[in-house]
Write a protein that binds this ligand. Structure first.
Ligand code: HEC
Length: 268
């Protein structure tokens, strides 16, 4: 029966999104088809209250991400790349949680497509990393990559991109190093710095100029909180970071890191 429907759909020329997810965990890559994922015994219907991308309660068919990450250790580092080049850097530990803040791979069933993210836009599918109880793990909105195409195991950000590193003489718990961690968690998915990073989305935040050089301090923090409060245009893509996501003290450390890096420019 399914085959017949499939053939009928083909003949009628209906769009059949035959999506696949590439997982490259360091021992060869594996490609998962939508159907295989939906058929995993661990697949569940989950409810995500106040979903980050849809900004309302959503229901998904999903598998716990840890199920797909066999062999990954808490100390590993993963990167989820989206169809549009958004590259979320994800320390593995939170993704492996089985309680508290728990990561799920939501799978869009072509037979029950998800709504568009905005009118005229595609949905968050074919794959979307969502969380249940994100507040327990202080999970940021950038840790909810949508339209995911691949998940890879990579060396940690600092190893791959030494040009992002603050002065190595600073103590590990120096606020500037904390700012660097916050930068990786919240900004690196969209912005490069010193040409370093995999993002394709927003401008480099140090080359040729750091925003700390051309924004008055107060305007920079205002911009990060709510970009549209400073400049407006319909296609603007930078999300605002509320105090719930980035408390004032953290925002300050993040800006301190950017200012520190203005003194450590390297040419890409
Ligand atoms: C989802 C992608 C995304 C994330 C995450 C993001 N940005 Fe942006 N950012 C952009 C884009 C795209 C622009 C260009 C303007 C636009 O389209 O909104 C931008 C512009 C900026 C600008 C203005 C640069 C200029 O000269 O106009 C600054 C400053 C900035 N981002 C800082 C940050 C910081 C700091 C973070 C992390 C807290 C961050 N961004 C997170 C996408 C992002």
């Amino acid at each position: 029966m399914k085959t017949l429907l499939f053939l009928a759909a083909l003949l009628l020329g209906l769009p059949l999104q035959a999506a696949q997810l590439v997982l490259d965990l360091g021992n060869g890559s594996r490609t998962w088809q939508t159907r295989e994922l939906l058929q995993l015994p661990q697949a569940r219907t989950i409810t995500v209250p106040d979903d980050v991308s849809y900004k309302r309660d959503m229901q998904y068919r999903a598998v716990p991400l840890a199920v797909l990450l066999a062999g990954i250790k808490d100390s590993d580092h993963l990167q989820a790349v989206a169809l549009d080049g958004f590259a979320a850097e994800l320390p593995a530990a939170p993704l492996m949680n089985t309680q508290g803040a728990k990561a799920w791979l939501a799978i869009e069933d072509p037979a029950q497509p998800w709504p568009p993210l905005a009118s005229g836009k595609p949905s968050a599918g074919p794959f979307y990393l969502v969380w249940t109880h994100p507040e327990i793990g202080h999970i940021s909105p950038e840790q909810w990559p949508f339209q995911v195409a691949s998940i890879k195991r990579l060396a940690a950000v600092a190893e791959r991109f030494p040009a992002l590193l603050p002065d190595p003489a600073l103590a590990a718990n120096d606020p500037i190093n904390q700012g660097f961690a916050l930068f990786q968690k919240n900004c690196l998915a969209c912005h490069r710095l010193n040409g370093a990073g995999d993002a394709q989305f927003g401008p480099d935040l140090n080359i040729p100029y750091s925003p700390t050089e051309y924004f008055g301090a107060e305007f920079l923090t205002r911009y990060i909180r709510d970009p549209q409060s400073l400049r407006q245009w319909p296609q603007a893509k930078m999300p605002g970071f509320s105090t719930a996501v980035l408390p004032d003290a953290e925002l300050q450390m993040l800006v301190d890191y950017l200012r520190h890096m203005a003194g450590r420019k390297t040419n890409p």
